[in-house]
Design a protein around this ligand. Structure first.
Ligand SMILES: Cc1cc2nc3c(=O)[nH]c(=O)nc-3n(C[C@H](O)[C@H](O)[C@H](O)COP(=O)(O)O)c2cc1C
Length: 271
């Protein structure tokens, strides 16, 4: 028997791997980097075979690694960690440098490395890339962000393509729920409840959508019952008390403002 919770005891940092592929700047967040040797430094990390960055690194054989600091704008992690370069221009909203033809994100980073691919190891769903470091630059004195910090301070989780992904149970799907205030959410992971204090406002819904839901909102306020719904993909919490619109009244095509998935990926938080 394998207890997946044991893997939570393994510690990591957070990084953005990047390269230029078919004239486009591409890259993604990874947490699996490790230093393999110090003399003629060699590093390794694993990337899911479905990630566009995997295809790009195999084609270009060179890449940059930006070491994420605690001062990074969260949006940069969400852009690089939950979306694919197949669909979005990830570098459009962040500061980066081009080094030896490789784009490296510099904003909110401790430092970066430029590497050449020396070996790829097939591990089933993921490949391990092994690279020789050819140059590096220190960018700031900020503290490097750890995976634990990402979970506990930012209160976000890694998506399915991350090798360290641990599935969260979601028996009560937000979108399919009608009004029901009973405690039907069955939950195996206490962390989910602990995380529920997080509240993000931002552009979760447009003013127009909010207007359409106005009547329901008034009814809801009168009843004084506010729920929270948590995205099982990224950890974003939709708080009805803040948004003033009931989760079940959001339009069917509403998307998680952090990672872009639909309502069906939200589970009611039980407090
Ligand atoms: C905190 C965090 C850690 C991640 N770690 C990894 C990783 O080590 N390896 C990996 O393949 N994907 C990892 N991912 C997922 C990729 O960043 C994500 O699938 C991304 O959308 C891939 O983009 P791409 O298709 O442009 O390559 C991580 C994501 C986050 C948010």
């Amino acid at each position: 028997m394998i207890d997946n919770n044991v893997f939570r005891d393994v510690s990591y940092g957070l990084y953005i791997i990047s390269t230029k592929y078919q004239e486009r700047n591409v890259g993604c967040v990874i947490n699996t980097l490790s230093q393999v040797t110090s003399e003629n430094p060699v590093i390794s990390f694993s990337v899911n075979k479905n990630n566009y960055t995997n295809e790009a690194i195999k084609a270009t054989n060179k890449f940059g690694i930006s070491i994420i600091s605690e001062k990074i704008k969260e949006e940069v992690i969400y852009q690089f960690g939950y979306h694919s370069s197949r669909d979005v221009k990830k570098f459009a909203n962040c500061t980066y440098e081009e080094v030896n033809g490789i784009p490296v994100v510099t904003e909110g980073m401790c430092s970066y490395l430029i590497c050449e691919l020396i070996q790829t190891v097939d591990c089933g769903t993921h490949d391990i890339f092994i690279g020789k470091v050819i140059s590096s630059k220190k960018l700031s004195q900020e503290k490097e962000m750890t995976y634990r910090y990402y979970h506990e301070v930012i209160k976000a989780v890694a998506p399915k393509n991350a090798p360290t992904y641990i599935e969260e149970k979601n028996d009560e799907k937000g979108a399919t729920e009608s009004d029901n205030n009973s405690n039907r959410t069955k939950k195996d992971d206490e962390d989910i409840i602990e995380d529920s204090n997080e509240t993000k406002t931002g552009n979760a819904i447009s003013k127009e959508e909010a207007g359409r839901a106005k009547t329901k909102e008034n009814e809801h306020e009168t009843s004084g019952v506010f729920e929270k719904y948590r995205c099982i993909i990224c950890g974003y919490v939709y708080d009805e008390a803040v948004e003033k619109v009931k989760f079940t009244d959001l339009p069917a095509d509403w998307k998680c403002p952090r990672c872009g998935v639909g309502k069906e990926n939200f589970a009611k938080v039980v407090e």
